[in-house]
Design a protein around this ligand. Structure first.
Ligand code: GLC
Length: 659
């Protein structure tokens, strides 16, 4: 958009750019800056326009974008252009991700690179390497307490290792996802150290206070994130003689985005990692970026404006790089991180589907899909050029973040139902095979979340311990059933390392004093590669899970109806144990797929009439695209065995062809 004020400022800024920058080939940079500048100026002005140094800051912002553009490698610039041409590339069903800790999966980044063939064997082509930036030995929050944004921690390797890994993934047609921890730094970061030493400039990078007056006001409405280990949202820092805001752990200082210098530094860091070859950046804890007295200081409008600004700027320098929003918040809030009022994503192109994840776990515990269906129905439609990251487990706890109103509509009482779920997954009922642990228990509010590995939560650990072959088989089925959902729902499935071989809870963390207080380490395992070898041994759980997933991933990649074009429709069926949806192929009307999942331990039936006039299924000649087999039909009913899923398509009798 052309607007005089911003345009004349742009002219001024371009005149001010250092000559060594202006001498470079900035053609694409100028075009994109011209296209985005109106938005950038508007947002920056909205956030920082009242400051005397506004213009200076604005010049600095453009300078940072230009310098990073000049430094961007030509290969990455080519990728940028290709992705601009095929801008829907990430909506394809061909992407399947896995998140892993470099030192848990292999010993370090070099080891990860060596193990890329293992991921390719499975069919994974998007690799999320959990944070590898420098962080303190002890107080690291699993890498989310960064003390140097420009370097790789020596535990994992070096910047060269990252560059090599990025080159290697690119050659193999894989995507590399890396973390950007935008909300806070470690208290050992240079900025925090200098703030401690009394430098006002750096004290202004954080929320620092001489007394409790303002912290107390904030505390009236701010919830606690880690109530057991880091209660409250502020920490007294003795050397600085001030209170500092620490929403997460007491050693993670919240950055103050009221200060434009903080935004520019963090943009610079973000572009730095884009230039290291990351295809996608996972923006950590984005809901927390803006703090306001009298609110929960989550999901504030300004947090969205900051993300829009970040996106607009990143599009100028590195338009091929996508953002993932890690916003584990209420269902209605999550979709806002795609960007509101926009047709295409204006904040993050991808967001964790925390709602779907929590709803799936509800169906596991209750063996019915009442809340799952309700919750999915209430999920706002997302933008066209935006997609979900669908996952079952990750390095964090499972928060029961569904909506109270949905719980009620499903026929439960919210508090009692949440309590039931925590008790179920922590194995407090006789008929629960789960081996999770409560996390983040808040005695004041009664809230709790759940830790534990996927396999242990669905009963594999208990089954193996009891030597119960039937229960082992059942757990394997559940593991595959759950993955079938994230592979077919629409969006990118994100597997979690170790789950592909049924890795159980890891209790090693209890022997490490820096980890013992945080049971999320139960689900951050060190992979036992000898155990992984059992994937070649017929009949072992490792083999069944690994091969099942491999087959599932291969099948997904060949089903265009699983690409994410908002082409999913829930099907209402009478049977409460079934979750059924329809995926249509926007480009080929006959390519639709019916997904049917049975969450119960006994066989269930589905009336085919529930499909209404949805196409080809009238022939009753169905084929499961996963197993290649035809499911059993009884009269006009589809028979779904215990914990079974189907990806059904029609095989027309007259041609015998699968459409
Ligand atoms: C994110 C991370 C989590 C971390 C928190 C604070 O939620 O996933 O592991 O503790 O941010 O950085």
């Amino acid at each position: 958009m052309y607007e005089q004020v911003s345009h004349s400022l742009l002219n001024h800024i371009l005149d001010e750019l250092k000559t060594e920058i202006r001498k470079r080939d900035l053609r694409h940079f100028y075009t994109r800056l011209g296209a985005n500048f109106y938005g950038i100026h508007l947002l920056f002005h909205h956030l920082y326009g009242k400051r005397d140094d506004f213009k200076e800051q604005m010049i600095h912002l453009v300078e940072v974008m230009a310098i990073r553009y000049v430094q961007r490698h030509v290969t990455l610039k080519q990728l940028d252009s290709e992705r601009e041409k095929h801008h829907n590339w990430f909506l394809s069903q061909e992407w399947v991700g896995m998140a892993l800790y470099a030192d848990g999966f292999a010993d370090n980044l070099e080891g990860v690179e060596e193990r890329l063939p293992y991921l390719q064997e499975l069919g994974v082509n998007m690799l999320h390497v959990m944070p590898v930036m420098v962080c303190p030995d002890g107080a690291s929050d699993g890498g989310y307490a960064v003390s140097d944004f420009r370097n790789v921690d020596e535990r994992f390797g070096s910047l060269e290792d990252i560059n090599r890994l990025a080159t290697s993934t690119r050659k193999r047609g894989m995507l590399l996802v890396m973390d950007m921890v935008l909300n806070h730094t470690s208290d050992e970061h240079e900025w925090a150290q200098r703030a401690r030493a009394g430098e006002q400039k750096y004290q202004d990078y954080y929320y620092t206070f001489n007394n409790r007056d303002i912290p107390d006001m904030f505390e009236e409405t701010m919830p606690e994130i880690f109530p057991e280990t880091s209660p409250g949202n502020f920490t007294w820092d003795e050397p600085m003689n001030k209170w500092v805001m620490t929403v997460f752990n007491h050693y993670q200082w919240d950055l103050n985005y009221n200060n434009p210098a903080v935004f520019i530094e963090m943009l610079d860091n973000t572009l730095f990692w884009a230039n290291q070859g990351a295809d996608i950046l996972r923006l950590d804890a984005v809901a927390f970026l803006w703090k306001k007295i009298g609110t929960t200081s989550q999901n504030e409008r300004e947090a969205h404006l900051l993300l829009q600004l970040m996106k607009d700027c990143c599009q100028v320098t590195a338009p091929g790089v996508l953002f993932i929003a890690e916003a584990i918040v209420a269902p209605v809030e999550i979709t806002k991180y795609f960007g509101e009022d926009a047709v295409i994503a204006k904040e993050c192109e991808i967001a964790y589907n925390a709602t779907f994840m929590a709803l799936i776990w509800d169906a596991v515990a209750t063996k019915n899909t009442k809340l799952l269906r309700q919750g999915i129905q209430s999920l706002p439609t997302k933008l066209d050029r935006a997609t979900w990251l669908n996952y079952l487990r990750c390095h964090d706890d499972i928060g029961l973040g569904f909506d109270d109103a949905d719980i009620q509509r499903a026929g439960y009482q919210p508090l009692a139902h949440r309590k039931f779920l925590v008790e179920f997954f922590t194995g407090q009922y006789d008929d629960s095979p789960a081996r999770g642990a409560p996390f983040g228990v808040n005695l004041k509010t009664g809230d709790a979340r759940i830790s534990g590995s996927l396999a242990s939560l669905v009963g594999l650990e208990a089954a193996i311990e009891q030597g119960d072959a039937e229960a082992i088989e059942q757990s394997v089925k559940v593991i595959l059933l759950l993955h079938s959902l994230i592979c077919s729902f629409g969006g990118m499935p994100l597997l979690y390392y170790g789950d592909e071989i049924g890795t159980l809870n890891d209790r090693e963390f209890l022997n490490d004093k820096n980890k013992a207080g945080d049971n999320r380490w139960m689900q951050r395992p060190k992979i036992d590669w000898q155990r992984a070898e059992r994937r070649h041994q017929h009949g072992t759980p490792e083999q069944q899970i690994f091969d099942g997933l491999k087959k599932m991933i291969a099948a997904r990649k060949g089903i265009p109806a699983f690409a994410d074009f908002n082409n999913r429709e829930l099907i209402e069926v009478d049977n409460p144990h079934l979750f059924v949806f329809w995926r249509s192929d926007p480009f080929m009307p006959l390519g639709s797929v019916l997904v049917v999942c049975n969450f119960d331990s006994s066989p269930q039936f589905m009336e085919l009439s529930a499909l209404g006039n949805r196409g080809m299924f009238e022939y009753g000649n169905l084929k499961d695209l996963y197993s290649g087999e035809s499911p059993r039909l009884f009269k006009q009913q589809l028979v779904v065995p215990p914990y079974q899923f189907y990806w059904l398509t029609d095989q027309r009798p007259e041609t015998g062809l699968t459409l």
